[in-house]
Design a protein around this ligand. Structure first.
Ligand code: GLN
Length: 552
């Protein structure tokens, strides 16, 4: 069976959840025995999102091979249980970068280099690369942006050509669109969808399937209208109604027959779907026995997408622990030693988040201290771990001025310092310690208890690290270096003994939490927080709602 390509475009407006639709379709195909991957094409000129600030872009998702990518790749990994790589995310910036590099090398043999054919050819070669690897039955390609945007045009044209080149029977075009409900008219409106499909068709791409985002069910009349005016069969009009959780979307898409239509059209050989584990998970997410509050202390908390993978990892870990984790978003700038007890009064666990730059550091240190001194479960991730180390150096080891050289280059005790190999780097893009590195765990640690194995691998994105020349002071005062990178002797995990759960990690465990494999550290942190909540009567039991199977 040759590799099939499914292109997913979006119309009418952004934020319709294209990534979730792609991931949901991917999950349904995987559940039927197919090998699937998903690629995101982003129409912006940045080479990757690594240099963008979190308000612009949300979280930067890091893959095993150290690519800094779009957060949708996180959804792909979480839904499909696959590993993505640099090849799964391509931006206009990267396409132009590659074309211009080739032009400088003389690869175009004196030709005028143009959007068509050179840019469109380069886009096609990036798409085909995944298919030609021979590893996949299906490659789903999510085209970022909204149909009608100027910057999307080369992508649409590349898809048009690619459909022609690899044969229409090997490709499919799905268009995700909006059918808004106008309260004043009391009606669902199909006109925006008609216009969007018209625009797409003018670029030479007729959708085979329309997925219609809606707040109200689409009745037969509306479906017929959409089908007729947009030139698709009635059964190719798929309703995508607001779900209780993004994890319910694959089940809703299955009910609507999205996977069935795709399988029929592409003549895919499949086996009976197995979604038992998924259904059990959705059940656990939608019907928890109780809830707890965990504080997420960070600098970008007004913009929840900045911490996307952490939010999702809490959903996974909550399901394992049969409890809903309510994230209490705490802006680190407003926290200080005086108000921290009040601000964190009904929380059962504290997570200090990753980040860059000095703003809000004092608030983060206050949160660490509060959790450490009051035996509240604490989880520090990357910058959060560095804050835990600084707090310990200052308040336990007595190095009052201790700091990271990221925030104070002249500190007497630079307990966190720039990594040796980062010192002379001037370029900002793609130059941090990125991607997968090994870590060996101390067998007496909480981390070892959680992972249940000695050797682990986790993903990184940072320039600073625990200072190996000064770390003796931490261990002399009881802090445990619970995980070390064996090749370079770098501190990867710290713990405070005698505390119910105090773990700081230099890496990003949230990036590897999936529905089928919730991350062990998150599972254990939530477990410890739940115990804390129950002992202090902060745990709230919840009434069971209807089960997934009989939600009608
Ligand atoms: N700013 C810190 C560093 O570069 C932490 C980075 C992070 O939290 N991802 O080391």
């Amino acid at each position: 069976m040759s590799t099939k390509y499914i292109f997913v475009t979006g119309g009418v407006t952004s934020s319709l959840g294209k990534g979730i639709i792609c991931a949901s379709l991917g999950r349904l195909l995987v559940a039927q025995g197919l090998k699937v991957t998903i690629q995101k094409l982003d129409p912006y000129i940045n080479v990757d999102p690594g240099t963008m600030n979190p308000y612009e872009h949300g979280e930067v998702y890091v893959t095993d091979d150290g690519a800094e990518t779009d957060l949708d790749l996180g959804h792909y990994e979480r839904f499909l249980d696959i590993k993505t790589s640099q090849s799964n995310n391509v931006t206009t910036g990267r396409i132009y970068y590659d074309v211009i590099s080739k032009e400088r090398q003389g690869a175009y043999l004196g030709k005028t280099v143009q959007v068509i054919p050179h840019i469109t050819d380069e886009i096609q070669s990036h798409v085909l690369k995944l298919g030609q690897s021979g590893n996949y039955d299906v490659v789903i390609i999510e085209i970022g942006g909204t149909v009608g945007d100027i910057e999307s045009l080369p992508y649409i044209e590349a898809v048009r050509q690619l459909r022609y080149n690899v044969g229409r029977q090997n490709t499919l075009s799905i268009h995700l669109t909006l059918v808004p409900y106008l309260a004043a008219a009391g009606e669902l409106k199909t006109k925006p969808t008609q216009h969007s499909v018209k625009t797409l068709s003018e670029s030479g791409l007729q959708p085979d399937i329309l997925v219609c985002r809606t707040e109200q069910p689409l009745d037969e009349t509306i479906r017929r209208k959409v089908a007729q005016f947009c030139n698709v069969d009635l059964e190719d009009v798929i309703e995508s109604i607001d779900a209780r959780s993004i994890y319910e979307v694959p089940l809703l898409m299955q009910e609507e027959g999205l996977d069935k239509r795709v399988i029929e059209k592409l003549k895919l050989e499949t086996k009976e779907p197995n979604l038992d584990n998924w259904i059990g998970f959705v059940e656990a997410v939608c019907n928890p026995s109780g809830e707890i509050n965990i504080a997420l202390v960070g600098k970008y908390v007004e913009h929840h997408d900045s911490y996307k993978s952490i939010v999702e990892a809490f959903i996974h870990a909550g399901a394992v622990n049969d409890c809903k984790v309510n994230i209490r978003w705490i802006q680190s700038d407003i926290l200080n030693r005086k108000n921290v007890a009040e601000e964190l009064k009904d929380i059962s666990g504290v997570l200090v988040a990753p980040g860059f730059g000095g703003r809000g550091i004092d608030g983060k240190l206050a949160a660490v201290e509060h959790a450490r001194v009051n035996n509240i479960p604490f989880f520090g991730i990357c910058l959060g771990m560095q804050c835990a180390v600084i707090e310990y150096a200052r308040n336990v080891c007595g190095w009052e001025d201790s700091n990271s050289t990221e925030f104070n280059e002249d500190t007497e005790y630079p307990i966190i310092d720039i990594m040796h190999d980062q010192k002379d780097i001037e370029n900002m893009g793609g130059t941090m310690r990125l991607g997968k590195y090994a870590c060996k765990l101390d067998k007496s640690s909480k981390a070892y208890e959680a992972y249940g194995t000695e050797n682990i691998e986790e993903r990184h994105r940072h320039r600073y690290e625990v200072n190996n020349n000064l770390r003796y002071k931490l261990t002399e005062n009881g802090m445990i270096l619970a995980g070390m990178n064996p090749e370079r002797d770098l501190v990867e995990i710290v713990e405070v003994p005698g505390h119910p759960w105090f773990v700081g990690v230099q890496f990003h465990p949230e990036l590897k939490s999936t529905v089928n494999n919730p991350h062990q550290l998150f599972v254990d942190f939530v477990k410890a927080s739940l115990k804390h909540a129950k002992s202090l009567k902060l745990y709230k039991p919840l009434k069971k709602t209807k089960a997934v199977a009989d939600k009608s």
